[in-house]
Unconditional design. Structure first.
Length: 95
């Protein structure tokens, strides 16, 4: 799909890009090449291709779900201005 220079100006205006008149022909060539590539990709028959979540056959390594730290809530709450029943008391910020 070939774009003309007026279409490049329209795309630049919609994208809020300032393009010099000398650069319009370069943009026209590059954007037309990109659209040609998209047309080529769209023409490929993918009816027998099974969709996949990731291009690599990767497996996520998971760690064991075990507690690795001790509960030090009382230690941390000693320096808090206000606490009640193990919770931090903060000023109301929404009316």
């Amino acid at each position: 799909m070939a774009l003309d220079q007026d279409q490049i100006r329209d795309i630049a205006a919609l994208s809020r890009l300032q393009i010099d008149e000398a650069q319009i022909s370069d943009y026209q060539k590059n954007l037309s090449n990109i659209l040609d590539l998209v047309d080529q990709l769209a023409a490929v028959d993918t009816s027998d291709v099974e969709p996949m979540a990731h291009p690599l056959d990767a497996v996520q390594r998971l760690r064991a779900d075990v507690v690795t730290e001790t509960n030090e809530r009382e230690h941390f709450q000693k320096v808090a201005p206000q606490v009640a029943e193990g919770h931090y008391i903060v000023p109301k910020v929404v009316e």
